[in-house]
Ligand binder design. Structure first.
Ligand code: GLY
Length: 379
């Protein structure tokens, strides 16, 4: 298959549909759809971790088309996120997901000082979550009882680029030190021998001692939540992009090889690679995120000489398998429906499964843009 031709055609379909969808939803910050219509999390749900992805979609579309509409919508969502930045209890380790695709993207495109300030505030808050004894960034908050003070999660690998960005801007090495110490801890305690990843690792928050692992949003303890695997493979290659430490690229490749080996023939990804054999639940977000990570690994390997170039083809082919399966079987191209991807799942044990989720659409677009060369690099 000619991946380039496929990507150009798919990018065209995305641009056509998203022009209509953006106009129709310009004042919202969506999470999912209800009967095909985007909902809105910009009011009292502004502190939800996914609220940066709508702005991210808008910046990617703006970067690819130059159409003002997308910039206007992105700026509106960035302003709304200030309510989150001012809410101590609404902040957690997911600052990267919220402010890299919004304020930092804005700063990269326009040089806005207001956006720079927002990015730096978010990075400072994230750095403040670092536990120096365990050398990890605390993931979630709790009710003030400290029950989650020692919890770190694999998703955090995707938030580290906010700290790398802050370091690259103001050259305070603490941002780099915190990011790399967390990545080193994640390498040691999250990534298993076979290349699969734990979702949650619990440390003693006082001594920093490793305690136990939890299944989190996956099927069970010791299982293999696919979105967590995707966060790991993309997150580690991003740490390599910012630090050039070979061990991060090698870890990303190990997780990628595990992901590829477990990808079903259909190219459609289950919620957990170790869910029961008779369970057919899928998570299209995991496929889209993994595709971005595989393409990033391929891009990095291409710069490492002839052998790297040969190997990079393996990762690009695997990414195309995921993306073409999504495009053919899991994309909704009907302009009357706001979402792109279908069959996304937030967590294995939630009541609801297989609906649309905004970050699935974001990563699908980013992956296609990686192939067409239209990506605004936001991580
Ligand atoms: N970062 C939370 C999730 O992937 O659901």
């Amino acid at each position: 298959m000619d991946g380039q031709k496929w990507a150009q055609e798919t990018a065209g379909k995305i641009k056509h549909k998203m022009r209509i969808v953006a106009e129709r939803n310009r004042h919202k910050i969506p999470y999912t759809t209800i009967d095909g219509v985007f909902d809105d999390w910009s009011g009292d749900r502004i502190c939800w971790w996914t609220n940066g992805f709508w702005g991210g979609i808008m910046w990617q579309l703006y970067h690819a088309t130059g159409e003002e509409l997308y910039q206007e919508i992105a700026l509106e969502s960035e302003d709304k996120l200030d309510a989150n930045l001012m809410s101590a209890s609404g902040m957690n380790h997911d600052s990267g997901f919220r402010w890299l695709p919004t304020a930092v993207a804005d700063y990269r495109v326009t040089g806005s000082r207001k956006s720079f300030n927002r990015g730096l505030l978010a990075a400072n808050d994230m750095a403040g979550r670092f536990n120096p004894m365990g050398r990890f960034i605390r993931a979630w908050n709790d009710d003030g009882d400290g029950s989650k003070a020692g919890w770190a999660i694999i998703d955090c690998m995707m938030n580290l680029p906010l700290l790398y960005w802050a370091y690259e801007q103001i050259h305070d090495p603490r941002f780099l030190q915190i990011a790399t110490m967390h990545a080193d801890t994640a390498q040691k305690y999250f990534i298993r021998e076979d290349g699969s990843a734990n979702h949650i690792v619990s440390f003693d928050p006082v001594t920093g001692e490793f305690l136990e692992t939890f299944g989190g949003q996956g099927y069970a303890e010791g299982s293999s939540w696919t979105r967590g695997q995707a966060w790991a493979l993309y997150g580690f290659v991003l740490s390599y992009v910012h630090t050039k430490k070979d061990s991060y690229l090698n870890t990303a490749r190990r997780v990628a090889n595990y992901f590829i080996a477990n990808t079903p023939e259909s190219g459609l990804i289950p919620v957990d690679f170790r869910q029961p054999a008779d369970c057919t639940l899928e998570d299209s977000t995991a496929a889209a995120i993994a595709a971005c990570g595989l393409l990033e690994i391929a891009g990095q390997l291409e710069q490492t000489g002839e052998l790297g170039k040969t190997e990079s083809r393996v990762y690009k082919k695997a990414a195309l398998k995921l993306l073409t399966a999504l495009e053919e079987k899991r994309c909704n191209w009907d302009e009357n429906h706001d979402n792109l991807l279908e069959k996304c799942t937030a967590a294995f044990h939630d009541e609801a499964h297989e609906f649309s989720i905004i970050y699935g659409d974001y990563y699908f677009i980013e992956a296609v843009w990686k192939l067409t060369g239209e990506e605004l690099f936001i991580w």
